[in-house]
Structures are given as C-alpha cells and as structure tokens.
Design a protein around this ligand. Sequence first.
Ligand code: PLP
Length: 387
Amino acid sequence: MEKMKEKKKVNEKLLEIKPSGIRRFFDLIIGREDVISLGVGEPDFPTPWRIREEMIYSLEKGITSYTSNYGLEELRVEIAKYYRKFGLDANPDNIVVTSGVSEGFDLSLRATVNPGDFVLIPEPSYVSYQPLAILCGGNVVTISIPPPSRLTYEEITTASRMIDPKILILNYPSNPTGVSYSKKELEEIADAVVEMDMIVISDEIYSELTYKFPHTSIAGLNGMEDRVVVLNGFSKSFAMTGLRIGYVIAPDEILDAVLKIHQYSMLCAPITSQIGAIEALRNGESELDEMRAEYMRRRNFFVRKLNEVLETHMPEGAFYAFPSIKDTGLSSEEFAERLLLEKNVAVVPGNAFGESGEGYIRCAYAVSMDKLREAADRISEFVNSLR
Ligand code: PLP
C-alpha cells in the first residue's frame, strides 16, 4: 500500500507564534540565589483576609458545585453596580463571569474574529494579545506607540485606512508601559472607532491602579453602546491571581457569542472564586485603597531613582516602569541578560511585548520598598559600568 502523507500533529497556526519572551527569563532565574525579581506582574500582597475567609466558609458549607454559565447572579449584580464608578451602567444580563481576563480575552476574540479579519493592536502590548489573535485567524496589525507616544485619533485612523480593521484592542492602564488615558483622550479614540466602524476589546484589568486620573471605561462613552467588550477581573486589584476570576461585559449580540463558547469550553468560573469576588466588591474597598497607596509610594520612589540613569516616563497606572535603555547601546535582551548575570536583578526585555518594545525594559514594582531600593542601586551600578 502506498505510504500515506504524514499528518501534522499540531495546529500549524502555532508555527507563527514565538515562545513568550518572559518565560525564557524565568528559566534563567532558576537556581540563582539573591535575585531580585522585577519580572513578574503579580501583586506581592496576600489576598485580603475577608475574601479568603468568605471562600473558606463556603468550602466548609460544601458549596462546590457548578454555577450557571453566566456566573452567579449575585456577582453579576455586584459587577454591574461596581462598573458605574468607571462610567458604565451595565445590565447584569450583559455580563459573563470567566476564569480570569485571560479566558475573557480568548472568548472575546473567538466570538468576534473571522479568519482574515484585521485586528489592530497598539504596541508595546501585553504578551497574550498577538498570539491569541493569530490563533483565531486574525491578521494582526500593530500601531507602534512606545512611551512617551500615546494612542490618538490620528494614530488609529492612519493605521486603519488601508486595511479596514474590525477590532481594536485597548489596554489601559497598560501592561507594560503604565500609560493610561483621560476621558478626553478616550473620547477621541472613540471617535476614530466609530469612524472606522470597529469593535473595541478593552482590557481594563488595571482600572483600580491609577495614580493620575480615575479610570473611565470607554464602553460608557457616547457612540460606544454596541461596540465595546469590556474585560476586567480580580487578579491585580484584589491580589487574586491564582483564583482565576474575571468577567466580560458586552453588548447582547457579542455576549451571546461569548456565552456560546464559554458554555462548551469552561462551563463556569470556579464557584469558590466567584464567592470571593462578591466579597471583594462588597467590602474590599479599604484593602484596595491601601494596596494602591503602597504601589504609588513605590512608583514615586522607583521611577525617580531610575531617572537618575535611564529615561523613564512616569506611569499613570498599573505597577510597571518601562525605562528606555537606548542610550546604553545594548539591545533589550542583552541588557536584561547582563543585568541578571552581573547584578542579579531580573527584568523583562521590552521586545517581549512586540517589536515596538525594543530599546526598553519592563520592571514590575510589585515588590517591597527594601527590594526596590536594592534593585534601583544595582541597576544604577550596572548602567554606570557601561559608560
Ligand atoms: N491582561 C493584562 C493586561 C495583564 O497584564 C494580565 C496579567 O498580567 C492579564 C490580562 C491576565 O489576567 P488574569 O489573571 O485575569 O487572567
């Protein structure tokens, strides 16, 4: 019998996707002692006790079942109320609770992107966006806005003119740059979105960690009623990363599509985490205020110190500094690798966030003041040794 052509064992779309640049740096840290890691974007606070306590009670009562695919109604009601502070009056029926923003992002793309659709991604961008958009068959087009550049009406309309994109991915405050947008800037972005007839997927996971102006959701602005999918969650604001809990707020048609996928893939988010999330929204404000104040104190100290040796714009939100290393003559990977090997400080090379991140490094300031002080000294010594 004629030998059959060998079948490819994995999805060929994966060949287009590079391994995460962050992972490689985690691997380099393993086995090294005295490393100060500014690499991971994870709160260094424990989940507030009141949230853990509610989850423990629920487990003691044996509450471990599936929930509705939408998520617990009580939680969706709390989310709808909570989002009013960001200027969006959402209906609880337009919310699906997910296993983190990560699941919400994947669902939103799969719910909206047809193979070949253009997906606009401002860059430097969070590491998951481009790979997941490619996996859904999207054609990714990036808008290069390394700091101090910002996303504007012109940037969007110029990038859109030749390609007629369907989706714009927004993330503000941004990982990795810390840039956020005022209501006025968002209104301009919204004008471009309407003009280009696009859908926005707005990842607002750092909405609570703002230091300059309060967060506004683009979904609440005029003309945005049927165009915005909001993603948010509890990982960063309430230090609940491993509990995998987030949500999607979307207009009817997109929400139905999101739910269609979620009901067959994840079924529902973990019930224990949903119960913790209800407590977070009902009573977690004071712990949140304390964590925000501490991040701000660290930001003010660390960015000032970095600016003595590397040009660093002041982040308006999240917990990342994104200094330029262009003056050192090193690539971002060389810089990060040598800083780790010579000074035991781990940072992420900017090119892990796309080509526009080249010439920068990302330093998470979600570590104690003592560690930040030591890390800032070591970074200064390293940069001075290059001169
Ligand atoms: N979106 C952004 C911009 C992030 O920085 C992260 C985590 O670092 C996520 C989403 C993932 O969030 P979650 O833990 O809710 O899946």
